[in-house]
Design a binder for this molecule. Sequence first.
Ligand code: SAM
Length: 244
Amino acid sequence: MSTGRANFGIDAPGVIRNFALIAIAGVALGVGGQFSPALHRIGGIGFGVAMVCAVQGLWMLWTSLQGKRIAARQLIDRAGLRGGEQVLDVGCGRGLLLIEAARRLSAGGGKSTGLDIWNAQDLSGNARTATLANAAACGVSDRVELVDGDMRATPFDAARFDVVVSSLAIHNVYQADERAEALREIARVLKPGGRVLLQDFRHTVDYARDLRALGFTNVRRTIVNPLLMFPLTWRVEATGPDRA
Ligand SMILES: C[S@@+](CC[C@H](N)C(=O)[O-])C[C@H]1O[C@@H](n2cnc3c(N)ncnc32)[C@H](O)[C@@H]1O
């Protein structure tokens, strides 16, 4: 089954737009410097800034259109789903991990649940209707459910999920203590001995530290390949405490 027809949106579209605008301004300055002696010295800087912003913007665009699909498959591969699991995607957006997990649940009656506040600034076209349309396009609607909610205070019962995943979402909570709260929620809703797999481009050292403090074992932090987002995207995997 392919996810090719699904549209998982552009991450941080406002940031990409700003890089494009700065790149255009930099080129304009650079070109102006070729003709105006007054602009000559800063014209070179303009070209340099334009180059950096163009590379960063194009890299982010590639991440959204292609790279994050590859990384999502790799992350869900590592979850080792057998088909009957309850999976939670925290900050699911348009369903990147949610749908990839649902594809692996065809045999065993498992369910893939997406939690989100549908913030349009974090992802273009971010809406539950878009996620449902992607699930339908990928033929997994029967294994997907969406829940409106905040990762810092989720509406789920304790120990409900076998696996919790998240991609490029937890960094969108800006306060460190509130990100720690989100990790405590992940620990709360995970079954004893369940698996957590998170990928993000910031704060992943903190995620690994907080999971260890919550009693998680086998905590591993590795660079995601392909390289997504500047400076680097990291995957944090861990096994939940066995409270049974
Ligand atoms: C950059 S998007 C990533 C979406 C998706 N995981 C992906 O990789 O395509 C970040 C997502 O996190 C969601 N989000 C941000 N803050 C949240 C919060 N406090 N609780 C739940 N979701 C949140 C946003 O609405 C958005 O869908």
